[in-house]
Structures are given as structure tokens and as C-alpha cells.
Design a protein around this ligand. Structure first.
Ligand code: DAH
Length: 343
């Protein structure tokens, strides 16, 4: 009996060598390896079942034969695997020219957004995000826009068909509402994102653009905190010698409200034909103000205990002023000749 088994094993070894010779691919190699060595269904494993049919004196002998057959099989397969892999490496042609890999850059809008985010992150602000599809209530009502406010006009706002209480947000200010409804002061956030207005595209209008909103709410916050914060921010963005000018403005959600200008970083007001300030010496940069008591109350914050300031600016406007972008449509056309000039 043991001699029969010995013979059977010799046959298996011979068959293995022949089958190795026929292998063409790594897949074939893998299935051959399984065929012989798989622990469950492999040929060698199945011979183990013969062990119990042998008389006790022959069991160790057969065990040894089987082990050495297994070792033989593994060695032959491993040798072959090395040959197979080195053959496939040789098929890489090192004389071919390298791939023309294009490494992407940062889009100007992203670059400006990140620069502004970093300035505020350094001042301890958090970044908050809100949805682009908003409720009318968050975009207008709770921000103290009265029912007949012109911004609610269909002309300016994309409303959502079949959902009269929803729209594409026209500004990032509804993130103020969302954040205040959910978070107790102190609040210190900026919120960047896309906003939408029904505008025909031209050099200075696009129906989708980007804003960054800022909001700080705490006890004893007053207008000087707003001034100081914007001074640090705008000097970090436009240069240390930038001056600020606050003009009275109107926004329904701030009282008082202010429009903020910076001194012209290009000509400083010395060039009548200046590309950006036209000789006025000032550039309009953002809207701001003290958060309206009504808005705080609408969001569940007691205006007798807390006060805050807010501001909002357009990223595209910074692109035009600081980076000399002359037509906003360039920012959305993905022409690499334009995009590659930045980032
Ligand atoms: N939401 C205003 C706009 O789109 C910008 C703005 C003005 C935001 C004053 C503010 C603010 O937070 O205080 O024109």
C-alpha cells in the first residue's frame, strides 16, 4: 500500500513539472498553485485522507513522503513565480518617452477663499457651512427682510418650482441664522460658499458667485470690535499700509450697517486713470454691521444679553481688484490659459 502511494506521489510531481511548463500568465500560475497546494481542495491535502487507512507503523513514513512532496511543490512553484515576475518586468520599455502628466493647480476662487479662511482661522474663527438650496425663511424672513423687500422679487432670486418656500440662497447670510439657531454664544464663524442671483452673465455679473460671511456674537460686543477685526483682516489680505473707510449703509439684518472701503493698493489715489479706483483712491470691499436685535431674537438669542457683528464679501470682487481679472466669465470657463496664470 505504501508503495502505491509512493508511486502516486511521484506521478503527481511529474505532472506538476509538466503543468508548470505550460503556464502563460500569472492567473494560470495562481490557479495551478491552488490546485496543488490549497489547504482544502488541493491535491496534496486530499492525500492526507489516505493516512488513516494505513497501519500505524507506516503512518510516519507516509507523513514524511507527503511533507517532502509538499516542499518540492512549493519550491518549484516559487522558482517559477520569480521567473514569471522578472519576465513581466522586462516587458516595460524604458526607452519610451515619459507620460505627459499635467499636475493641476488651485483655481483662483479657491485660492482666495483659502487665503481668507486662513486669516480668520488664525483669529480663532470656525468655518461653518450651509446648504445652497435654502428656505425662504432663512434667506430672508428671519434676516428681517420685510415681505415687500425688492430682493425677494422674482427678478433676483431663483425660486424652486413646486416648492414655494425654497430657493437658491442669494447670499451666505442664512448661515448666520442656521448657526445661531443651533449654537449658544460665544459664536465666531466665517462661512464661505456659492450664492445665486438671476443675472444675465456679462463682464461683471454671473448668476453663480461666491461670498464669505463672518459672524461674531458674544456679550459686550460693539462697533469697535467690528472695526478692529476688519482692519486686521483687510491689512492681512491687501497689505499692512491699507487704510479703511466706513460709510453708512443699509442691510435689513444689521443696525447700524456700514459699507467698508479700502485705500487703493494700486495707486493710493494718485492716478486719475487708475484701472481699479478711477482716481477716487478708495475701493468698495464689503458690507457689515452690528447684528440687528430682531435677527438675534429670531434665532433664539437674547439681544439684551448678547450683541454681535457680521460682514459679507464677494470673492469674485477680490479676484477682479487684487488679481486684475477683467471679466468674471473667465473664472467659470475652465480655459487653462486663464487658470494657469494663478495658483
Ligand atoms: N448679505 C449681503 C449681500 O449679499 C452682504 C452682507 C452685508 C453680509 C452686511 C453681512 C453684513 O453679514 O453684515 O449683499
Amino acid at each position: 500500500m505504501i508503495d502505491d502511494l509512493r508511486k502516486e506521489i511521484e506521478n503527481i510531481k511529474e505532472k506538476l513539472l509538466n503543468e508548470i511548463d505550460d503556464i502563460q500568465s500569472l492567473e494560470e500560475y495562481q490557479s495551478l498553485r491552488d490546485k496543488y497546494l490549497s489547504r482544502k481542495k488541493g491535491i496534496l491535502a486530499s492525500l492526507m485522507s489516505k493516512l488513516k487507512e494505513l497501519p500505524p507503523s507506516e503512518k510516519p513514513v507516509f507523513g514524511n513522503i507527503l511533507n517532502s512532496a509538499k516542499k518540492f511543490t512549493e519550491e518549484k512553484l516559487n522558482e517559477f513565480e520569480i521567473k514569471l515576475v522578472s519576465k513581466s518586468e522586462k516587458s516595460i520599455d524604458g526607452t519610451l518617452p515619459e507620460f505627459d502628466t499635467i499636475i493641476g493647480g488651485t483655481h483662483l476662487i479657491t485660492y482666495i477663499r483659502r487665503s481668507i479662511e486662513n486669516i480668520f482661522l488664525n483669529m480663532g474663527y470656525k468655518i461653518a457651512e450651509g446648504p445652497e438650496i435654502e428656505f425662504d425663511e432663512n434667506n430672508f424672513t428671519l434676516l428681517n427682510f420685510k415681505e415687500d423687500h425688492p430682493a425677494r422679487d422674482e427678478q433676483d432670486t431663483f425660486f424652486i418650482k413646486d416648492f414655494p418656500d425654497m430657493l437658491l440662497r442669494t447670499h451666505t447670510s442664512p448661515v448666520q441664522v442656521r448657526y445661531m439657531k443651533n449654537t449658544k454664544p460665544p459664536i465666531k464663524i466665517i462661512s464661505p460658499g456659492k450664492v445665486f442671483r438671476k443675472d444675465e452673465p456679462d463682464a461683471t455679473h454671473v448668476p453663480v458667485f461666491h461670498q464669505i460671511e463672518g459672524l461674531l456674537v458674544d456679550t459686550d460686543i460693539n462697533f469697535s470690535h467690528l472695526k478692529g477685526t476688519l482692519e486686521i483682516f483687510l491689512r492681512a489680505l491687501f497689505g499692512d499700509d491699507t487704510s479703511l473707510r466706513f460709510r453708512p449703509g443699509y442691510f435689513p439684518f444689521t443696525e447700524p450697517s456700514a459699507e467698508v472701503d479700502i485705500s487703493c493698493f494700486l495707486c493710493g489715489g494718485t492716478d486719475n486713470k487708475c484701472r481699479i479706483c478711477k482716481g477716487s483712491g478708495w475701493l468698495e470691499i464689503l458690507g457689515s454691521g452690528m447684528v440687528h436685535r430682531e435677527v438675534l431674537a429670531n434665532c433664539g438669542i437674547d439681544p439684551d444679553v448678547y450683541s454681535g457683528f457680521a460682514f459679507g464679501l464677494g470673492i469674485e470682487r477680490i479676484a477682479m481688484l487684487k488679481y486684475g481679472v477683467t471679466d468674471l466669465r473667465f473664472l467659470f470657463e475652465n480655459d487653462l490659459r486663464f487658470n494657469n496664470q494663478f495658483g
